[in-house]
Design a protein around this ligand. Sequence first.
Ligand code: SAH
Length: 241
Amino acid sequence: MKQAKIRLYVEHPLGPGQSVPLDKDQAHYLFGVMRLAVGDAVALFNGRDGEFVAEVAEAGKRKGSLICSLQTRPLQMPPDLWLCFAPIKKARTDFIVEKAAEMGAARIQPVQTEFTNSERIRRDRLQAHAIEAAEQCGGTFVPEVADLVRLDRLLADWPGERQIMFCDETLVGAEEALGAVEGHKWAILIGPEGGFSPRERERLHALPQAHAVSLGPRILRADTAAVAAMTVWQQQMGDWR
Ligand code: SAH
């Protein structure tokens, strides 16, 4: 079989010999845009069964199918890390979602804080960005993008065993690094361009699971802060070790 150059996310179950139907958009992409033909190979993953190499069995304009052969990668789950962030401008929010998928977040949680200016998000569009990032970076898992939730609601139901790396911009330049904390379940919390309100900060500082940290001597933009925080966390507690 030819070498697969394209990685495609599908929802369908994958396994040796499994036939995978393609929808209109996937058929258009593979056969109309990428000009694949019967017999060509594609790498498939669905976020659950790992990655398989599959061969084009049927190539139509609006539909088609692939047949899986060998598993090329097992499912590799990221650590149990949520990225909670306040949505900012569209392109920067897209960036955060893309980077979270590449950096290995298990769940992406948009949060509405008091100073969040963007009150709506297109969850489906952000989910599509996470899928594209996983296709591109070789990931076999796709983090779920959750619906926007208010910070006070999120904290009211906060699971007791999940620690929070609370990136607090008022600690800029302080020596508040992320210390060694027991526990495998974590969340990173990043505020909006306007930062956290005093009330929110107070609430977070009072929460036993929250660990307020500084991200160095400069104030970072929220999208930079999200990547920086994930880097620090992955290196200290995640799957970079
Ligand atoms: N307007 C605010 C900055 C907000 S930066 C101010 O001038 O103070 C957006 C978010 O990025 C912050 O809410 C925080 O979560 C994170 N952040 C940026 N720089 C940081 C730093 N040096 N330390 C900790 N968190 C930081």
